[in-house]
Design a protein around this ligand. Structure first.
Ligand code: ZN
Length: 266
């Protein structure tokens, strides 16, 4: 498939059908993996500097049509889409305004991660390599009413150098370079929390030793991933929105779920 450069397509219009299908596919996976229930959660993708594709309110993320998605600008004004957007888009736009290096946001209610966000002050560190590299400290932001600006601002202490956040008594948010990247981070969030819950049944979890921690941080620093525990400065992140290069993914779609629910269900 040909992917025009952003220079020739600054509004991302040529690739919009691909972006819409990607957001629906990620919604199907969230629902199929039980990371959302009912109409929970919301997804967005920054197609161009001031055009954000997002899920409308009150739809199951497992059964979305590409045409049902909405487009908003960074100020939160809906510019297309028949259904109203979710009020939680404030959190997504807050992230895009503060993080020009990210293009996708996934908000879900993953059950194991949400359970720990209800009972823990902070999560144990240095348990699994994947979690340290892909999630980092995984902070727990204080509770705020969903959809309010206070809700968006709750992640401010960690927004610049974290790609995954738990929301106390609510759920989780992940960001990434495209919808799949943010989605995979969400999978890792819940997998990590599930393993923590399983491990603690048998005692105090063992920790990665200090030399192993240093090696993981160096690996992460070289990959350009944010982490405030670095001893030396990481590679600089882009300060402005940058063109999308290459395909979003080459993976097959989760086609068995690509259907509408029977009439009467929601
Ligand atoms: Zn939520």
């Amino acid at each position: 498939m040909c992917h025009p450069s952003n220079e020739s397509d600054p509004a991302g219009v040529n690739r919009e059908p691909e972006f819409r299908e990607a957001l629906c596919e990620v919604g199907r996976r969230l629902w199929a993996k039980n990371l959302v229930a009912s109409n929970d959660g919301n997804l967005s993708f920054r197609m161009a500097e001031n055009r954000v594709l997002c899920t409308p309110t009150m739809v199951s993320k497992g059964f979305m049509d590409p045409e049902s998605l909405a487009v908003v600008n960074l100020e939160g004004r809906q510019v297309s889409g028949a259904r109203p957007i979710t009020s939680e888009i404030r959190l997504h736009l807050h992230l895009y305004r503060h993080r020009p290096d990210i293009r996708a946001v996934v908000h879900a209610h993953p059950p194991h991660a949400t359970a720990l966000a209800i009972v823990c002050e902070e999560l144990p560190r240095w348990i699994l390599p994947e979690a340290e590299v892909n999630l980092g400290l995984l902070p727990i932001a204080p509770y705020a009413t969903p959809g309010t600006q206070e809700f968006a601002d709750a992640i401010n202490p960690w927004i610049d150098d974290h790609d995954a956040f738990l929301l106390r008594n609510h759920g989780a948010v992940t960001v990434g370079s495209n919808p799949y990247d943010a989605y995979y981070r969400m999978e890792t969030v819940d997998q990590y929390c599930r393993i923590l819950l399983l491990a603690q049944q048998y005692g105090e979890p063992g920790r990665i030793p200090p030399a192993g921690r240093d090696a993981l941080l160096e690996m992460k620093r070289k990959a350009g991933l944010p982490d405030r525990r670095y001893d030396s400065a990481p590679p600089p992140k882009p300060e402005h929105f940058t063109p999308l290069k290459g395909p979003l993914t080459d993976e097959p779609k989760l086609s068995p779920l690509a259907r509408k629910p029977e009439s009467g269900s929601s």
